[in-house]
Design a protein around this ligand. Structure first.
Ligand SMILES: CC(C)(COP(=O)(O)OP(=O)(O)OC[C@H]1O[C@@H](n2cnc3c(N)ncnc32)[C@H](O)[C@@H]1OP(=O)(O)O)[C@@H](O)C(=O)NCCC(=O)NCCS
Length: 145
C-alpha cells in the first residue's frame, strides 16, 4: 500500500475529517463524545495524518508539546479496515522523525491496554503502574529519540 504522511492544520476541512476518524475509532466504541471545549484547544497540537494514494485519510495522531519539554503522542487512530497492515507503525515512524527534526528528546504516551503490544513493537518502554482514562486501563510509555 502506497501511503503519504503530512501535518494538517487545525480548523480545516482535513481537520474535520480527522475528528470523524478519531470519533469512529476512539470514542464511539466507548459510547463517548468529544467535548467541543476540549477540541477547541487543539490549535495547540500538531495533527499528523496518513493517507492512501486515493487521498483517503486512514490514520491520525496528535503531537502535544509538554511543559517538561517532551512531546506527547496521543489520539492515535487507524481506520478499522486498515488496521494490522503497517499503517500505524509507518505513522509512528513519521511522528518520530517529526519530533527528532524539532529537537525533542523523548516521546511520551498513555497507551490503552490493548495497544501496549503495538507500542512495545515500536520500542516504547513501560513506566509505572496501570491507570484508568476514558473508562479503560492505560500504561504510561515513552521512547527516547
Ligand atoms: C493501535 C493502532 C494505532 C495500531 O495501528 P496498526 O496500523 O493497526 O498497526 P500496525 O499494522 O502498524 O502494527 C504493527 C505491529 O504491531 C502489531 N499490533 C498492532 N496492534 C496490536 C495489538 N492491539 N495487539 C498486539 N499487536 C498489535 C501488529 O500485529 C504488527 O506486528 P508485526 O510488525 O509483527 O506484523 C491501531 O490498531 C488502532 O487504531 N487501534 C484502535 C485505537 C487504539 O487503540 N489506539 C491507540 C490508543 S493508545
Amino acid at each position: 500500500m502506497e501511503l503519504s504522511f503530512k501535518e494538517i492544520e487545525f480548523g480545516t476541512e482535513e481537520y474535520d475529517r480527522s475528528i470523524d476518524l478519531r470519533y469512529e475509532v476512539l470514542r464511539k466504541p466507548l459510547g463517548l463524545q468529544y467535548d467541543p471545549e476540549v477540541l477547541a484547544l487543539e490549535y495547540q497540537d500538531h495533527h499528523l495524518c496518513a493517507y492512501t494514494e486515493d487521498h483517503l485519510l486512514i490514520g491520525v495522531l496528535l503531537m502535544s508539546e509538554k511543559e517538561n519539554g517532551n512531546v506527547k503522542m496521543r489520539q492515535f487512530a487507524v481506520k478499522p479496515e486498515y488496521q494490522g497492515q503497517g499503517v500505524g507503525s509507518a505513522l509512528v515512524a513519521f511522528a518520530e522523525k517529526w519530533a527528532r527534526d524539532r529537537h525533542f528528546h523523548r516521546i511520551e504516551l498513555h497507551a490503552r491496554f490493548m495497544a501496549v503490544p503495538f507500542y512495545l513493537k515500536q520500542n516504547y518502554m513501560i513506566e509505572g503502574e496501570e491507570f484508568i482514562e476514558v473508562t479503560i486501563l492505560h500504561r504510561f510509555m515513552y521512547k527516547d529519540l
